[in-house]
Design a protein around this ligand. Structure first.
Ligand code: R5P
Length: 293
C-alpha cells in the first residue's frame, strides 16, 4: 500500500503554499517543478484528498473487480489505485462507467473489463454532482448516469468521492441545473411536455456547448433532459425518481437513492469528511495515521 506520507506531504505543501500565495497553483506531479502541468487549486486538492482516502479505505487487497466512475475527482481515484502497485493491480479488472473512465483505465495500463462480463463488482468509486444528508445523489452532470447506476447496483460497495461544494442537506441546493434524465432521442419532446406537467416547467434538452450543433448525445446514443424541481420535490428524491422513471421514453434518472455506503468530501482546509450510510459523520485528519483518528 502507498505510504501515508505521500498524502501528508502534498497536504502540507498545498496548505503552506496557499496561505503564502493564494493564487499559486500546485503541481501534484512534482511540487518542485512548477511548469509541468496539471496544477491543483484548493478545490482540486480537496478532490484528491477525498479520492485518496476513499481508495485507501475501500480498495483493498482482496478486491479484484473494481468499478471506476466518472467526473473530475475520478482521475485521483485512478492515481491512488495505480500507486498501490503493479503487484496488486496485476490480478484486478477495472470496469468503466463511460468513455472518460475507460480512457483513464487504459492510459494507466490497468486491465479493462465490462459489466456484462462482471455483473458483480467488489467496489465502485464514483463522483457526484451533489449529495444530501441521506447520501442520495444527483449524478449525470457529465451525462454518464445510466452506466454509473448499473455499476453502482452491481457493486457490493458503492462509494462517492467529491469536494466540499457537493455536500448538501437537500439536493438542488448547489447543483441548480436540475435532475439529469437520459431519454430515448425520439421521445424527447413528449418527455419535455410530461416533465413540465409533472412539476418542472424549466426542464430543457441539454445542448452541446461547443463544437457541435444540437443536443449532447450520451455514450449510449441517447439525449439528456435537465429537469429542475423545487425544494419540496427534492426533499423526497426517491419519490421523484419513481415518478420520473415511470414516464415512457426515460432510460435512466440521475437520482441515486439509498445506494452509497459512504461519501468522502475533501474539505477546504485539506481534511476529509466522511458521511456514512448509517448517519455517522467522520472527520479524517489526513496528517494523522489511521490508528490515531
Ligand atoms: O455524469 C457524470 C457523473 O455523474 C459525474 O460523476 C458527476 O457529474 C460529477 O462530476 P464532476 O466531479 O466533474 O463534477
Amino acid at each position: 500500500m502507498p505510504s501515508p506520507a505521500l498524502l501528508n506531504l502534498d497536504r502540507e505543501y498545498v496548505l503552506a503554499i496557499h496561505s503564502a500565495f493564494p493564487d499559486f497553483e500546485h503541481n501534484p506531479v512534482n511540487p518542485n517543478v512548477k511548469a509541468v502541468a496539471p496544477v491543483l487549486s484548493t478545490v482540486e486538492a480537496a478532490k484528491r484528498f477525498a479520492a485518496f482516502t476513499a481508495v485507501d479505505r475501500h480498495v483493498l487487497q482482496q478486491h479484484k473487480i473494481i468499478g471506476i466512475g466518472s467526473g473530475s475527482t475520478v482521475p485521483y481515484v485512478v492515481e491512488r489505485i495505480v500507486a498501490q502497485g503493479e503487484d496488486l493491480n496485476r490480478d484486478r479488472v477495472f470496469i468503466p462507467t463511460g468513455f472518460q473512465s475507460k480512457e483513464l483505465i487504459v492510459k494507466a495500463n490497468l486491465r479493462l473489463g465490462d459489466v456484462d462480463q462482471y455483473p458483480t463488482i467488489d467496489v465502485t468509486i464514483d463522483g457526484a454532482d451533489e449529495v444530501d444528508h441521506d447520501l442520495n445523489c444527483i449524478k449525470g452532470g457529465g451525462a454518464c448516469h445510466l452506466r454509473e447506476k448499473v455499476l453502482a447496483e452491481a457493486a457490493e460497495t458503492w462509494v462517492i468521492v467529491a469536494d466540499y461544494r457537493k455536500n448538501s442537506q437537500v439536493l438542488g441546493t448547489t447543483y441548480k441545473a436540475g435532475v439529469p434524465i437520459e431519454v430515448a432521442p425520439f421521445a424527447y419532446a413528449k418527455l419535455l411536455q410530461n416533465l413540465h406537467r409533472l412539476g418542472s416547467p424549466g426542464a430543457v434538452l441539454r445542448m452541446a456547448q461547443t463544437s457541435k450543433a444540437g443536443p449532447i448525445v450520451t455514450d449510449n446514443g441517447n439525449f439528456v433532459i435537465d429537469a429542475p424541481f423545487d425544494e419540496e420535490w427534492m426533499k423526497e428524491p426517491h419519490d421523484l425518481l419513481t415518478k420520473i422513471k415511470m414516464l415512457t421514453g426515460v432510460v435512466e434518472v440521475g437520482l441515486f437513492c439509498g445506494m452509497a455506503e459512504a461519501a468522502y468530501f475533501g474539505t477546504a482546509d485539506g481534511n476529509v469528511t466522511i458521511k456514512w450510510r448509517d448517519g455517522r459523520v467522520e472527520k479524517v485528519d489526513v496528517d494523522k495515521p489511521a490508528s490515531k483518528q
